[in-house]
Design a binder for this molecule. Structure first.
Ligand SMILES: *Cc1c(COP(=O)(O)O)cnc(C)c1O
Length: 348
């Protein structure tokens, strides 16, 4: 199977399995797991923050951040197309009593700044729930994996900070963003007060995300993580793979980006398939198909029959993600299969 559904399907590298087997361990709830401590220090330094906290998932990273930043009955301003708004099961509201206020995303993934300004200007009259944090996503998953320009990060940061609010960056794929923007993760994160990123996507770890911020914030987040049941014991088992990821898997993301560009170029030439263009492509290709919802279902099934998995989005659109384990030859094969399937299912 050529599995292009997501970069979360990546399996750990042989070096990670070795590191997991040999990891030096301790009880991390006591702060005594040396491998976790090493990973956290490494992560904090890579994104230019004072401290970091290992959490089981990106969802828990964002949730821990919001629960730590925002009091009950206050509003977190989040992108309408963001992971936080759409794909985290309403956790901030369910568990934190936080009102999620969606700010429209442009197709580029940037926030509509006039809407953000309007929401930030909420009257302090006691009728209104008060904004308590702004969340931005980079790269932007629903917007085709687009990296968000530093100039936009700066504008959003400035608006939040002028209102005295923290900015949290959902940097699940911050290393992809850095590569595409020809910047450093620490530069991207410098606009935000806190940042979370995933080890378990393109970096190919089995489990884990890091939430990073000031020492004071991370001390409070440590308690929030405990509340959520995310305090793990010999978590060095997870962290050992994370250290390998941060030392060996970051630069190879360039290969995924090149493969995604090749995939987009191949799909673009196929009648019945319309690739959504992005200014700078990272590891994703979003495309729409002709032939309506039924055609799309047939196309997806035909691809699966030929050994290619893609991820359905709306009725007639799909996402394909390149990652560790997908070679250039796999991309060429996937394009050839897509061409056959499109002729069969979309153009009839
Ligand atoms: C995957 C993802 C997350 C959440 O990560 P999980 O580990 O799957 O919980 C958060 N934000 C974005 C943008 C993501 O793509």
């Amino acid at each position: 199977m050529i599995d292009l559904r997501s970069d979360t399907v990546t399996l750990p590298t042989p070096e990670m399995r070795e590191a997991i087997a040999r990891a030096e361990l301790g009880d991390d709830v006591y702060g005594e797991d040396p491998t976790v401590n090493r990973l956290q220090a490494m992560a904090a330094s890579m994104v230019g923050k004072e401290a970091a906290l290992l959490v089981p998932s990106g969802t828990m990273g964002n949730l821990t951040a919001m629960l730590t930043h925002c009091a009950r009955g206050t509003r977190a301003l989040v992108g309408s197309e963001s992971h936080t708004n759409l794909y985290e099961a309403g956790g901030a509201s369910a568990l934190g009593g936080i009102v999620l206020t969606p700010i429209r995303n442009h197709p580029s993934g940037e926030l509509v700044l006039d809407e953000l300004k309007r929401e930030l200007a909420t009257s302090q009259d006691s009728h209104f729930a008060q904004p308590s944090a702004v969340v931005i996503e980079n790269t932007h998953n629903r917007c085709g994996g687009a990296p968000i320009a530093l100039s936009h990060m700066a504008e959003v940061s400035d608006l939040a900070h002028r209102r005295g609010l923290p900015l949290h960056l959902d940097g699940a794929r911050i290393f992809n963003a850095a590569l595409a923007l020809e910047s450093r993760p620490a530069t991207i994160a410098s606009y935000a007060d806190t940042v979370s990123f995933c080890l378990s996507k393109g970096l190919a770890c089995p489990i884990g995300s890091l939430l990073c911020g000031s020492r004071e914030f991370i001390a409070r987040a440590h308690r929030t993580r405990k509340v959520l049941g995310g305090g793990m014991r010999q978590a060095g088992i997870i962290a050992a793979a994370g250290i390998v990821a941060l030392t060996t898997m970051v630069e190879r993301l360039a290969e995924d980006h090149a493969n995604a560009r090749a995939l987009a170029e191949g799909l673009r030439l196929i009648a019945g398939i319309n690739v959504r263009e992005v200014e700078r492509r990272t590891n994703m290709v979003v495309f729409d198909v002709d032939g309506g919802a039924a055609g799309a279902r047939h196309f997806e099934a035909a691809m699966k029959d030929r050994g290619v998995l893609i991820s359905a989005r709306e009725a007639t659109s799909f996402r394909a993600v390149t990652h560790y384990g997908i070679s250039r030859a796999d991309v060429d094969r996937a394009v050839a299969r897509a061409s056959e399937c499109a002729a069969e299912t979309l153009l009839a």
